[in-house]
Structures are given as C-alpha cells and as structure tokens.
Design a protein around this ligand. Structure first.
Ligand code: GCU
Length: 689
C-alpha cells in the first residue's frame, strides 16, 4: 500500500456492520456549489462512510428546511446558510471564530456547521477522523482554531537541477508543483496534498522556495499559480507566494529595487494586482530578505520595516498579508576567530531592534523557533518577546533537515511542545510562546504558525511513512497547542495503520523515544546537531561547525567547549531575554544541563547537575542514544503481519539504516572529542581500538 492518502485512508474497520444504525443515511450540504469546501465536505463524508463502514450514503445539496427534520441525516454547511432555513436555531449555537466549527452527533443525526465554508469542511474531517478510529458515539463539540495563520511553506524550486534538487531540503522527491521552470500540467498531487492539509486544519501553502526564483512572476507562471490555487480551493487552502526582493531589477528591468523608490513600488503593485486578478483569494506573500546572500532593503540602507511595508501596502487593498522572515543574518560578516563576541544568534534581535512600532498591520514576522537554525535543541528565539505590537508566527520544520532527513525516525511533537509551552515571563507575567503566537498575550489579532513541510513526488510524500506523524502533529498543534504528543500520535497511528493495540504500542514507544535518542547521539547539552555544516546537513562532522562564517560554532578546543553567550563575558545573547529568563541563562548554576553548552563555554571536566562531567556525559549519551535506536528494528519486527508488507518493509529498511547510522554518529562524535580532549571514557569504550 502506498502512502498517498496518508492518514485519510478510510480503511474498513472491524465490525463495520454493527455501526450502520449509528450512521447517517443521507448527507445534505447547504448551499454548496460544486468545488466549494462545503461541497467537498459532502463528498468526503460519503466516501469516508463508504470506506470505513461499507455503507453507501448519497449527498444531496439541498436547503436546511427540507432536510433537517429527518432523523438520520448529516447536515453540513456554514452557520449562516443553516440559519437561513432555521432562524430560531440561532440561540442554540455557540460562538465560533473564522475556520471554527460546531459538531453534534446524535444517533445518526449529525449537524456540522462552520463559521465559514472552510470551518464546515474541518468539522466534517473531524467527524470522519473519529469514525475512522471506530468512534460513532453521540457527542457535541465546539472547536475554534487557536491561531488564524496555519500555513505551510514549501521550499520548491521552479527549475530542476539546483544544488539540492528541485525541493530545497526536501527528502521526498521532486516538486509536486513545478517542473522545468513552469507549473506542472498535472496537479493531481497538489490537490491530494491540499486534502491532507485541510484534514488537519492547515489553511495556506506558500508554494515556492524562500530563496525565490523571479521566474515565478512571469505572466505564464502567474497563470500556473492560479491553476494551483484552483486545485487548492475546494479544500479551503489558500495560496501564498515567496518573493525575491530584487525582482524589480532582475525581472522588471528597473534600475533599482529600493523599496522607497516610486517606480519600484509601482512595479510591485502591478505584480500584486496581476496575481489577485488571477487569484482573488490569494493568502499573501512570504519574503526572505538580506539573509544568506539574498537581496533586501538593507542593500539601499533602508530598514527591514521599509521592505516589509512596501509589500504590505500593495497587498492591503486585496486583503492579503505578508509574512516577513526574521531569519536575517549576514554570513559574510561573521568572524569567530577574531571576535569572541560575534554571534549569529544575536542577529534577529539586533536587526529588528527598534522596529516594533514600524510595521503596517498586515505584516507578520515569521521567526524560526530557535535563534540559529532548526537544531535538535535550541532555546526559544527571544525575538518572540521583543515584538509586542507586531504579530508573529513561528516557523517550524517538518522536513527534518538537521534531524535525520526522514532516514531517521524523529517524532518532533515533544520538542515543539516544549517550545510552545516555554514561558518568557515578559514583564514578570506568564507569557507562554503559544499565547504570544495566538495573539492573547499582547492583544493582537493576527499570528500563528508556518511549517516548512517540503513534501515531494514520492508516494510517501516525505520519503518515509513514519515521518508523516510530524505533519499530522504540526497541523493539530497549530489548531490546538495543548494537544498531547501521545494523543496526537495515537490518532495518527489508528488512522494510518490500524487500531491493533500492538501496532499502537510499538509505534508510540519508538516515536516517543526518538527525539531524546536523536539528541543523545547527535548533539547533547545544547551543543547543536553536530552535523556536516557545509555538505547537506547530514551525518556527523563536528569539526565542520567551527572555523567558517556560518555561525553554528562550538568553540571546542583541547580543554574547553561551548559558546559563551553571557552578558558578563560572552556574546550578550542571554541578555536578549526578559530579565527573569536572562538571569537564568546568565549563570551556569541556573542554566538547564540540556542548554549548558549553548550558553556557556566550560572545561570538559565541568560537572553537570547530574553529577557527571561534560565529557563523560558526551560519551554516555552517545552510547545511550544509539542503543535506543538499535532497539527500533526489533520492535518493528514484532509488527510483521500486522502492517501490510509494503509499508512494513519500507519502514523496516529505514529503521535498520537508522540503527547503523546511529553507531556511526556515536563513534564519530565520541572519537572526535576524545582526540581533542585526551580524556578517557570512565567506562573504557572510547578511543580503545
Ligand atoms: C537553512 C537552510 C537553507 C534555507 C535557510 C532558510 O539555512 O539550510 O536551505 O534556505 O535555512 O530558512 O532561509
């Protein structure tokens, strides 16, 4: 079995016939025009009930008056369409926000109402997810999204043949959108992708790489983007576009791309109008500027706010928003050997300093969870606590760039939850990251999440069946950050594989152990993922971290290791946090062990809170982590025959590989630090060949 349907398989469940009298016998969609999300909801309900239970139910697009009295009807539509037919029903309905839904099930009589069409579709998917897990009991639920921005970023290149293939940091094949500089003719996969995203509440996809190709904006390619938007629309998924700041010059032939130059502004207005003419419901833009060699406003001595606002103005008449990335740093000016205080982690805080009240109200700053770059562990970016007036969105990476590139199982929800639950203590008050993102803490309307997903043409989407739990959890957390890591996993396993308890137990056990294990064998104590910095970010290469301008330094020498980011003696980064947190990270005593080397430069013999020295912790953790990875193939073997052969073999192959590669990691890292420090492993395992 391939993985194209992901968790939306609607596979027949055990004892399906026994459920029939609890299921609707008719489906009515309210005011649904073909291709609208409500229409899709009707189709999904019918297909789902047929697949899961073998009961055929027809869809009738009628109005509420005719249909609601019937006992076993599933009615789906927007609140306003429903009230049209039942004005008296308003009193019984809860408060919904955009995309929210109300769902009530009572012995086959089902009512699914969305605040908008998309919400109605989300309600239908929610009902189906329960049915797919064998739950057809009566209940009533009101569900509103925690944050309005629940976007996906795809780093897809227009043209094949780039250094990293056609999806940057994509490990699941080529782009499903682009080929040979154009939008693909066949967009079947794009529609299937939108369906998966809608089922977990994700509402927009930026389809092209943040390192944006100006060719995206030729008239022919704008027509192509409109075709993508057309296949997204039935699922309520909006399209967004990444822009290259220099396009007015490189594509438009203008003399400059200065954001304050009127001809430049007019050029962008023309582009924006041309896009909205084709895609009236376009979500907006994503911009990476002045980072890693990309052009930006600073080229003309303008601020990042000048740059972001230029796009904001062009979007405003169309109701669009711009996500402007905070991932701004200049690798050409970072020089570690000359400057103990140089620190890439400081860059975002420095560049956005003083800009909080300078942005238009349709600008959202998109900030990676950590100040460096998707490492196995980073402190949460302090910029989330600096921007009070300006809405922010958190950038997470589902694509496992530094985290094993889908060849290693690493279930990321536990890491994301630690980040989302982190309390910044702004002004001495509770200030959880998730409450900053959803706008509650600083009273903002916009905000939310951007996930770099990078699916490709591979029939597993991400290159690995098990990696799809990360996409599932991303959507669920963006909707409700209080969802539990294990709870999301159980749902996903039941829908993707089966409700066999053994299958649930084994996949849960492996997944929940996977992030701690990966941290242990690739980079513990906050030293970052000790991967190869220059070549693909894969496999161990601790030597490559230092001595280059990329700023992911460890400053390891014969006696000491770690980045001194204190205010009193280091780069000052700790001081970017609000006072209580800054004080915690400023001293070794109060810094948690798992971030010790992120914030402090210490001898290898430094004793941790655990009582071990730093170097002995390295040795032990690498052995412990790889020992866990080596249990995965045996655990998976116990599921032989309980999972279809095709998926069983595909997963087994990767787990065997991971078990072996974890040994490579263990030995490379341990030997490297043994050779550097000359300190023996107390257990005699390292340097002993
Ligand atoms: C990382 C990644 C790049 C990407 C960049 C970004 O550095 O390796 O491929 O372009 O992040 O997020 O802009």
């Amino acid at each position: 079995e391939d993985g194209l349907n992901g968790w939306l398989r609607y596979a027949r469940i055990q004892g399906a016939n026994g459920y029939h009298n609890k299921l609707p016998s008719a489906i009515v969609t309210l005011n649904a025009t073909e291709g609208s999300p409500v229409y899709t909801a009707g189709q999904e309900l019918s297909q789902g009930i047929s697949g899961i239970f073998g009961k055929e139910v027809e869809v009738d697009s009628g109005d509420a008056r005719k249909s609601s009295p019937r006992d076993s009807t599933a009615t789906v539509g927007t609140v306003s369409a429903y009230l049209n037919g039942n004005p008296d029903a308003a009193a019984g309905l809860p408060e919904l926000v955009d995309d929210g839904f109300y769902l009530t099930v009572s012995r086959g009589k089902v009512l699914i109402l969305g605040q908008n069409e998309r919400g109605a579709l989300y309600g239908a998917f929610h009902y189906l997810s329960l049915l797919a897990q064998g739950n057809a009991s009566d209940f009533t639920l009101t569900s509103n999204p925690d944050a309005p921005i629940r976007w996906v970023n795809q780093w897809d290149n227009m043209q094949d043949g780039g250094t990293h293939g056609s999806v940057e940091r994509g490990y699941g094949g080529d782009s499903i959108f682009f080929w040979d500089g154009k939008v693909r003719d066949d967009l079947t996969r794009a529609a299937q992708y939108a369906r998966l995203l809608a089922s977990i509440g994700l509402n927009a996809v930026v389809v092209n790489n943040v390192n944006a190709d100006v060719k995206t904006l030729t008239p022919e390619n704008m027509d192509g983007l409109a075709r993508i938007a057309d296949v997204f629309r039935p699922y309520g998924v909006q399209l967004g576009v990444s822009l290259n700041f220099a396009a007015p010059q490189t594509l438009g032939g203008l003399a400059s791309f200065d954001p304050l130059d009127e001809t430049v502004v007019n050029w962008w207005q023309g582009i924006t109008d041309a896009l909205y003419e084709r895609i009236p419901d376009m979500a907006g833009y994503l911009v990476k500027a002045n980072s890693e060699g990309q052009p930006g406003p600073m080229t003309y001595n303008r601020t990042l706010a000048d740059g972001a606002n230029m796009f904001a103005h062009t979007l405003k008449p169309h109701g669009g928003i711009i996500l402007f990335r905070a991932f701004v740093y200049d690798h050409r000016t970072l020089n570690q050997t000359l400057n103990w205080k140089a620190d890439r982690a400081n860059a975002a805080g420095d560049y956005f300093d003083g800009l909080d009240d300078k942005f238009e109200d349709n600008v959202v700053i998109q900030i990676k969870y950590g100040p460096i770059d998707f490492q196995v562990r980073e402190p949460v970016s302090p910029l989330f606590s600096h921007l009070v007036k300006t809405p922010t969105a958190m950038e997470l990476q589902i694509s496992q760039e530094y985290l094993g590139q889908q060849a290693h199982l690493v279930y990321l929800a536990p890491m994301w939850k630690e980040i989302l639950d982190f309390d910044f203590r702004v002004d001495g008050k509770a200030s959880r990251t998730s409450d900053i993102l959803n706008g509650k803490r600083f009273n903002r309307k916009l905000g939310g999440y951007a996930g770099v997903v990078n699916v490709g043409t591979n029939t597993t989407w991400l290159g690995s069946h098990l990696a799809m739990s990360n996409l599932y959890a991303y959507g669920r957390l963006a909707w409700d950050p209080s969802s539990s890591s294990e709870g999301m996993l159980t749902e996903w396993i039941k829908m993707t594989f089966s409700d066999d308890k053994k299958v649930i137990d084994v996949i849960t056990k492996m997944s929940m152990a996977s992030w701690p294990a990966y941290e242990n064998y690739t980079g513990n104590l906050g030293i970052q993922t000790l991967t190869d910095i220059l070549l693909g970010h894969y496999g161990p290469n601790p030597a490559s971290q230092d001595g280059n301008p990329w700023g992911q330094w460890t400053r390891a020498d014969a006696d000491t290791i770690g980045m001194d980011r204190t205010v009193w003696n280091g780069t000052g980064f700790a001081g970017q946090y609000p006072p209580e947190i800054a004080a915690m990270y400023e001293t070794i005593e109060t810094t948690p062990d798992n971030l010790l080397l992120w914030f402090h430069h210490v001898p290898y013999t430094q004793v941790l809170k655990s009582g071990k020295t730093v170097i002995q912790h390295f040795y032990d953790a690498h052995y412990d982590g790889s020992a866990v990875a080596q249990t995965f193939p045996q655990l998976w073997e116990t599921l032989r025959g309980r999972v279809d052969d095709e998926r069983f073999d595909h997963v087994l192959y990767r787990l065997v590989y991971q078990a072996g590669h974890s040994l490579v990691w263990r030995d490379s890292i341990n030997e490297f630090y043994f050779n550097k420090s000359g300190i023996a492993d107390a257990k005699g395992r390292v340097g002993n060949h």
